[in-house]
Design a protein around this ligand. Structure first.
Ligand code: TRP
Length: 332
């Protein structure tokens, strides 16, 4: 049996990934490269459903690519590409829009949440059709596994439904991806508000550890992280959410277990502990950030890598699209 196909995507919506993105998804993408045929896509067309700032979109697309590579996505092992450079995504996206029911699409919670935020009058059609483009991203590559977090479960379910419907009605065309959602390897919370997930959209800047941020800034954020009553370094999410979060972060990056860390900091105060967490985070990020900066300093080289990825992606994508067109009776 040949290796399972993996596909995932990330929106280029920020200058820097944060620790939650990394541990929640990208680190697992890196692991999946071995033993799988992996495709990783920077979904710039999906990013157009939010505020569009041309200079930022360009910068963030390149920054995302540089960070993915520096975090360990290898352009030799995987196919790393930018969605808009493979026009078959838009083409299959239309077919998926023609398969999806209006009611079905209206039930997507991400659409409901995002459109509710800005008021339904300002929500754009692209936000509504977003899940059908995502289905196309996945189905074009006949992906078996789609490593995404729990928040994407409904979109994967929709993708499975659309693929099944198409296959049943028009003949076998698409691989139906497995029901596979990434386990939260480590639950990383906001440093300032440890009751909330670490996230750029909701949290304060001081609560989010950014990969591309300076070591000094990240160290400072950790040292001023919210702590809890008492002075013992113990994992207790209820009573000590702040310290528990810092223990999780240390453990995820240092590889030490939480009990081992509790023992190590037994009798020491929060200050010592935070200093140690800061050191672990800063040293972990340091070479990754340096590599990303280096990649960004040679834009031509970075673009070459992405163009190579898109060339490889187009080979697979065009085969699938051709089959879908043929099964639909579209004249060649
Ligand atoms: N919707 C995904 C997110 O917000 C991003 C995405 C777009 C994606 N297309 C994809 C993820 C295809 C996996 C596969 O995280």
């Amino acid at each position: 049996m040949s290796a399972k196909r993996v596909l995932s995507g990330i929106q280029p919506t920020s200058d820097s990934f944060h620790l939650g993105n990394y541990l929640g998804a990208v680190k697992q993408w890196v692991d999946l490269q071995d033993g799988h045929d992996a495709f990783y896509c920077i979904v710039d067309l999906h990013a157009l459903t939010g505020e569009i700032e041309p200079a930022l979109l360009r910068k963030r697309t390149l920054a995302s690519a540089a960070q993915l590579i520096s975090l360990g996505i290898s352009p030799e092992k995987s196919t790393l590409f930018v969605q808009s450079q493979v026009p078959q995504h838009n083409q299959l996206g239309w077919l998926m829009e023609c398969m999806a029911g209006f009611g079905e699409a209206s039930r997507m919670t991400q659409f409901k949440d995002k459109s509710a935020k800005g008021g339904s009058d300002s929500a754009r059609v692209g936000l509504f059709t977003y899940p059908m483009l995502q289905a196309a991203d996945i189905l074009l590559y006949q992906a078996n596994l789609v490593p995404v977090g729990e928040d994407q479960r409904q979109h994967i379910e929709l993708t499975r439904d659309l693929a099944g419907r198409f296959n049943t009605r028009f003949g076998q065309t698409f691989t139906i991806p497995e029901n596979f959602i990434l386990k939260t390897a480590a639950k990383i919370q906001d440093l300032q508000d440890p009751s909330a997930k670490m996230s750029k959209s909701s949290g304060s800047a001081a609560g989010v550890l950014e990969l591309m941020d300076t070591p000094e800034s990240n160290a400072k954020k950790i040292k001023s992280a919210a702590t809890d009553a008492g002075r013992e370094v113990k994992f207790d999410e209820k009573e000590k959410p702040g310290i528990s979060n810092l223990l999780t972060i240390h453990s995820a990056l240092s590889g030490k277990t939480i009990p081992a860390l509790e023992a190590e900091f037994d009798g020491k105060g929060y200050g010592d502990f935070k200093g140690a967490v800061a050191e672990v985070v800063v040293e972990y990020f340091r070479p990754i950030r340096a590599k990303a900066i280096d990649l960004l300093s040679d834009e031509k080289h970075l673009l070459d890598i992405l163009h190579d990825g898109a060339t490889k992606a187009r080979v697979v994508a065009s085969q699938t699209l051709e089959k879908a067109y043929e099964n639909l009776g579209i004249v060649k």
